[in-house]
Design a protein around this ligand. Sequence first.
Ligand code: IPE
Ligand code: IPE
Ligand code: MG
Length: 225
Amino acid sequence: MNQAKHIAIIMDGNGRWAEMKGKKRVKGHEAGSEVVREITEFCAAHNDIERLTLYAFSTENWKRPRLEVEYLMKLLEKYLKNELETYIKNNIRFEPIGDLRAFSKSLQKTINEVQQKTAHCDGLVQSLALNYGAKDELLRAINNIKCSENDITEEMLLNALDCSHDVDLLIRTGGDHRISNFLLWQLAYAELFFCDTLWPDFSSKELEKIIKEFKKIERRFGGLK
Ligand code: IPE
Ligand code: IPE
Ligand code: MG
């Protein structure tokens, strides 16, 4: 039976969730951060799941109104500071992916601190994709490979990527059926699940159902059964 060792989630629908309730979009992000906690704790308690990669802020999300971007930055800093204890208590290692240089010094410091303070944890790896874009990740990786004579090998590229782990199960909430520049290389053979639930309404119960469906799929990787 398949194991969902690496689950990746495009957490979409926060803004629509808030707007439907007559609230400001940022309220949706706040509610969404509670669901990040719930899903992370669920995955940490699940022995089969080794890695959870969550799309939190894309390289394209800078196009949003300044106030929304500022709110997201503040929320991220608050979340990481509050969660440090939870990470350690649940043996979760925090590993950000994305180009962190675009963030304020203070946010970069918080991100680095949480990463360092959870480096010893050997349970679930929770990876937050922050200022992440798959095209940007691939370009940074290729430019970082010092390769004058030899051709670039798959191993060299994997070592240079922010995330060198293939995804088993990709979930996108919010009803859209697109990848939005998330983990293009790592999704090569992932099973894709799209659900209409807006991220603040997503739950560990729904994730459990998706994992159950995922386990039934025949994954062939180009071969024959
Ligand atoms: C996802 O929710 C969170 C981020 C992109 C930061 P959205 O903010 O995209 O919510 P919708 O898609 O507009 O409803
Ligand atoms: C994808 O959601 C990015 C994150 C969830 C962080 P978007 O809302 O930015 O994606 P598009 O614009 O609908 O493709
Ligand atoms: Mg969206």
